[in-house]
Ligand binder design. Sequence first.
Ligand code: SF4
Length: 362
Amino acid sequence: MSKSHLARTLREPRELVAQGLARDVDLPNLESVAARYAIAVTPEIAALINPDDPHDPIARQFIPSAQELVAGPGERADPIGDDAHSPVAGIVHRYPDRVLFKLIHVCAVYCRFCFRREMVGPGKDSALSEEAYAAALAYIRAHAEVWEVILTGGDPLMLSPRRLAEIMADLAAIDHVKIIRLHTRVPVADPERISDRMVGALKVSDATTWVALHANHARELGPNARAAIARLADAGIPMVSQSVLLRGVNDNAQALEALMRAFVECRIKPYYLHHGDLAPGTAHLRATLAEGQELMRRLRGRVSGLCQPDYVLDIPGGAGKAPIGPAYHVPQDSFGSEREVVRETRYRVTDYCGEVHMYPSS
Ligand code: SF4
């Protein structure tokens, strides 16, 4: 598909069929999916999809599937338990030193595996009201332990540069807020939105801005996305990555390696590889924990340390993130020869080739 063929974002199943991105025969099921979960495929993303490849890793992330109508075991509407930690509308205060600030519920694209899929989309509340925004800001102001505010949603870069500049200034004016981090997919999904005005809006004098880019396949980091990322990096904004381990997208060593290398080439430090959350209708896109750990082991052996993300699980119910990468060291008791008394604990340390080495505990 060529970008020049599309003038606007595709939002309806019949538009996807008309563009050759979905099959006519699937239309009734896709209409059922669309009635529940938002669809958006930007011209930029459509241009990355090879419609002749039934296993295209970009299509798999954005083109709806009838499998989304199937509820998997353990799946839930609020898989990472945002609601359990929301003291006021728009704020999630799960960890002591940082809060999520959910400003809007719209995104440039809607990912089929989204962990907030029940909350994002045009049909949901699109933005915090003025009163709710003021109350959220007051909450941050009143909690001196909040060192970092993470703007998420939805995608905060869907706000206008003017509104974003106001919000950044409001947050930077709070003495104890030192870091403002924005989670976004916009540089990939709609790179033209990263204009000089947008970059200018992100820069504030009294706090440090970080941008966390969500991408899951190296092909998402094409020339337009790289140019948008460069505009952010050239402005001195440090960037980290977020990816989700997805079956059929990046669940093999080559794809994961290419993605992490592409991030580093773009001046983005790989940060998180998320295990897929238990969002409704996403079982077909989740890999297993064992597969994730094996992929991380292979990445460690093959690729520069700069390219290593943390493999993490958001514990269902709201207990937060846990690193779930493979263990390279395990304690092993050694015993005295005469009376079977434990003398010391040593560690069995496994190197990237699978060789085991012993290391003293102190
Ligand atoms: S961009 Fe983020 S919030 Fe929006 S649909 Fe994708 S995963 Fe969900």
